[in-house]
Design a protein around this ligand. Structure first.
Ligand code: AMP
Ligand code: ZN
Length: 280
C-alpha cells in the first residue's frame, strides 16, 4: 500500500497494492454475492452527485462536518495555482457537486419518482468520502469503498433483510475467526428534534459490527425517510416505500483481516476464499 499525504500531512488516502486489491475484490465479491443470492439487482452509480440531490437527504443539515464538495476552477485572467498544496477560495467557482459519504444514496436517486415491489433488494459498491476530524490510514480514510445491500418495500421486508444479513455477518466473522461486537449506534439522518429523532432514541435504527472498537459494517433502518424524500412508492398500495441498508467498509475489512493474519495479506485472502467456498 502507498499512503498519500493529504491536507496537513493527514494519513487520509491510500493506493492499495495488488494483494490488497485482490483481497478487497474478493470481499466485495462475497458481499455482493450475498445480495444477489437474496434477489438483489446490481446498479452502478457515479462517485459524485449534484449537491441539490444530496440536499434532499438533509446531508448538509445533519452531516455538514463530513461533507466534501467539488466545483470547477476560475479560469482565464484570474486563474490561480495551488499554494501550499491547496487552492484558495478565490480560485474556485461554485461547488455544484457533492461527494457522498454513503453508497446507498445512489439507490434512492435511481428509484426517484418510481414504484417498487414490496420486497425489492438492490446492491452497489461506490467510493465514499468523509471529511473526518482525524484520519488513520485504512482504518479512517477520506475516500474509501463501501458495498451496500439496500432493501426497499414494506417495513417488514426491510427488517427481514436486516435480520438476515445481521446473522450472515456474524457467521462470516465467526468462520474467519474475527471477533465482532454488535453495538447500537446513532446516525442522525433525521433532524435532532421531531418525531423521527424521538423514534430513533426509543428503538435504535443503526447497529454496527465492530472489531476491537472499529466498525467494519453497519445495518441501518431509515423507515420511510428516503421513500418520502425521493417519492418512491409501493407499486400496489402507493404508500411511500420503507428502506434499510447493510453497509460494508471494504478497507476496514482489509485492515482487520490483515492484522488477524499478522500482516500477511495473502493468508487473509486465502482465508476469505476458503470461507466463501465452504459457504457455497
Ligand atoms: P456508516 O454509514 O458510518 O455506518 O459507514 C458504513 C461503513 O463504512 C462503516 O461500518 C465502516 O466500515 C466504513 N467507514 C465509515 N467511515 C470510514 C472511513 N472514514 N474510512 C474507512 N471506512 C469507513
Ligand atoms: Zn446506506
Amino acid at each position: 500500500m502507498t499512503r498519500l499525504t493529504g491536507v496537513d500531512g493527514a494519513d487520509a488516502l491510500a493506493i492499495l497494492g495488488p494483494d490488497e486489491t485482490a483481497l478487497v475484490r474478493e470481499l466485495d465479491r462475497t458481499f455482493a454475492g450475498w445480495g444477489l443470492a437474496a434477489g438483489a439487482s446490481e446498479i452502478s452509480a457515479p462517485p459524485l452527485y449534484p449537491v441539490g440531490d444530496l440536499e434532499k437527504f438533509d446531508v448538509y443539515t445533519n452531516f455538514p462536518h463530513l461533507a466534501l464538495v467539488a466545483g470547477p476552477l476560475v479560469t482565464g485572467e484570474h486563474a490561480g495555482k495551488p499554494v501550499g498544496g491547496r487552492f484558495g477560495a478565490a480560485d474556485l467557482r461554485e461547488a455544484a457537486y457533492g461527494l457522498p459519504h454513503a453508497t446507498c444514496f445512489g439507490v434512492y436517486l435511481y428509484h426517484e419518482g418510481t414504484r417498487v415491489g414490496r420486497s425489492t433488494v438492490v446492491t452497489l459498491v461506490n467510493r465514499c468520502f468523509r471529511n473526518e476530524d482525524h484520519y488513520g490510514g485504512l482504518r479512517r480514510l477520506a475516500a474509501f469503498q463501501m458495498r451496500e445491500i439496500v432493501a426497499l418495500g414494506t417495513y417488514e421486508h426491510t427488517q427481514r433483510v436486516i435480520g438476515e444479513f445481521t446473522e450472515r455477518i456474524g457467521e462470516f466473522g465467526a468462520a474467519l475467526g474475527l471477533r465482532l461486537d454488535k453495538e447500537a449506534a446513532v446516525d442522525p439522518f433525521f433532524a435532532a428534534e421531531g418525531p423521527r429523532a424521538l423514534l430513533q432514541r426509543l428503538a435504535p435504527v443503526k447497529h454496527e459490527f465492530q472489531h476491537g472498537g472499529l466498525a467494519i459494517a453497519s445495518v441501518n433502518t431509515h423507515r420511510n425517510f428516503f421513500g418520502e424524500r425521493c417519492d418512491i412508492r409501493l407499486g400496489d398500495t402507493g404508500e411511500h416505500a420503507y428502506t434499510g441498508c447493510v453497509a460494508f467498509g471494504l478497507e476496514r475489512w482489509l485492515t482487520v483481516l490483515t492484522d488477524l493474519h499478522d500482516g500477511d495479506v495473502r493468508a487473509a485472502l486465502d482465508a476469505v476464499v476458503a470461507v466463501a467456498e465452504r459457504a457455497s
